[in-house]
Design a protein around this ligand. Structure first.
Ligand code: PMP
Length: 426
């Protein structure tokens, strides 16, 4: 029965029942974690053979004769560029393969905007103020980067097809201080949505008051399908920008963090020839070069896009039951209460949950008290400030299935309790 239809006496009775259930959960003394999008131990095991792909007995010379044990080739060995280019859908010549983290490359590129400027534009530190478009709900670590430079973050609603493009176009057309937008075009973190072709076209072609406006195209989940038959295909941002006459507008990113080993994968950036030349010149000052042995290890293990797809299917087989469990438990526990909505992603690492306004912080606090750690409420908004206090990111990948079930049971109880409390306080 919908909670909205309950009178005060019924709500009070329900609260007492939920408080009893909650106390039982707390008494179990559990310690469960659904906070971050980490692969499970079983997923990590899938990539263990990669550690044997490069050893003391291996040929350690790259295709072009580069000795991968030594300095040299700052922008990635050719075979790693070919692999990441194929995975990301970009020409290898437009790709650099750097270190172990795409987020690191994003941070460095925002930094360069601030300190040096892009392609001759004024560094942002010399301007009166810089703004950034932040589709919400979004990825907390993106927002942390722009926040760390004091960039004013403007939330824009993220719908089923991507950011609200009417709003994005309106904002960028008149305001030259808006310098960029965070985008996770496929299986967005956390809502799992996929940008439509029309969204990609409009982002690439919209009129921007800032010449140095950049789309930070974080394709972190470009190969992370849960259902091969429903695999998403996002339009080519490079081509769209070229066709629109704005070839330098995008920086695209991906990594193998959730393909092989987070923190020990390889990360890449793709961009126009002019951007890549500038990136190389600047990164060449930061480092003599990245870990080519790890690049070689990845190429020998994954081979090509087909090899990556086959490997990702093994991840998907482990992840599908978890996502299906989360959906089933939310459906069974909350569908008829009328106080919750959640995403049903076809890929990626998260479920985005929306409770009643004013319940997210309380729900997460209740869950924590009962031994279930969730991503902090508000994390999906700039400055961790969800004005509705309703969105919670569920990260179901790390716990084993039995633990996930226990955690979701507690989560559902906490959502109900927080909702009843809000209704009684109204
Ligand atoms: N982008 C998004 C959207 C992510 O969800 C994550 C990791 N959870 C990252 C980037 C981090 O990637 P990396 O490990 O390559 O820094």
């Amino acid at each position: 029965m919908s909670y909205a239809d309950l009178d005060r006496t019924q709500l009070e009775e329900l609260r007492r029942a939920l408080e009893r259930e909650y106390a039982d959960h707390c008494a179990k003394g559990l310690s469960l974690n659904m906070a971050r999008g980490k692969p499970s131990a079983a997923q990590l095991e899938l990539s263990l053979p990669m550690l044997d792909a490069v050893n003391a007995a291996s040929e350690l010379i790259a295709q072009d004769g580069t000795d991968c044990r030594n300095y040299g080739v700052m922008d990635g060995i050719a075979e790693a560029k070919a692999l990441m280019g194929e995975v990301m859908g970009h020409e290898p010549a437009t790709v650099c393969v750097f270190g172990n983290s795409s987020l690191n490359i994003m941070f460095d590129l925002v930094t360069q905007g601030v300190t040096h400027g892009y392609l001759g534009a004024a560094p942002w530190k010399d301007l009166d103020g810089v703004k950034w478009l932040c589709p919400v709900p979004g990825y907390d670590r993106h927002f942390a980067i722009t926040e760390s430079y004091g960039i004013e973050m403007i939330p824009v609603a993220l719908g089923e097809d991507g950011p609200d493009m009417d709003e994005v176009e309106r904002l960028v057309a008149d305001d030259p201080s808006i310098k960029g937008i965070w985008c996770v075009p496929q299986y967005s973190n956390p809502s799992g949505i996929v940008y439509s072709d029309e969204t990609v076209r409009r982002l690439a072609s919209m009129t921007c008051a800032a010449d140095d406006f950049r789309i930070f195209w974080d394709n972190a989940y470009c190969v992370h399908h849960l259902y091969e038959e429903r695999a998403a295909h996002v339009a080519d941002i490079a081509r769209a920008c070229e066709e629109a006459g704005n070839p330098d507008r995008y920086f695209a990113f991906a990594s193998t963090s959730k393909v092989t080993f987070p923190g020990a994968g390889i990360a890449a950036v793709a961009a126009s020839a002019a951007n890549i030349a500038e990136i190389k010149a600047r990164v060449g000052i930061q480092t003599v070069g990245y870990d080519k042995l790890n690049q070689l290890r990845h190429v020998r293990f994954l081979h090509d896009a087909q090899g990556v797809a086959e490997h990702m299917e093994k991840h998907a087989a482990l992840l599908r039951p978890k996502f299906e469990l989360v959906d089933r438990m939310l459906e069974d526990g909350l569908a008829d209460t009328g106080c919750a909505a959640w995403s049903k992603p076809d890929g990626g690492y998260f479920v985005s949950f929306d409770g009643m306004p004013g319940t997210a912080k309380r729900t997460v606090a209740l869950a924590k008290e009962a031994g279930v750690t969730m991503t902090g409420a508000g994390a999906t908004w700039p400055h961790k400030n969800d004005p509705n206090d309703s969105n919670i990111r569920i990260a179901p990948t790390l716990p084993p299935l039995e633990e996930l079930e226990q955690a979701m049971e507690i989560f559902v109880c906490c959502v109900k309790l927080a909702s009843v409390e809000v209704l009684l306080a109204a």
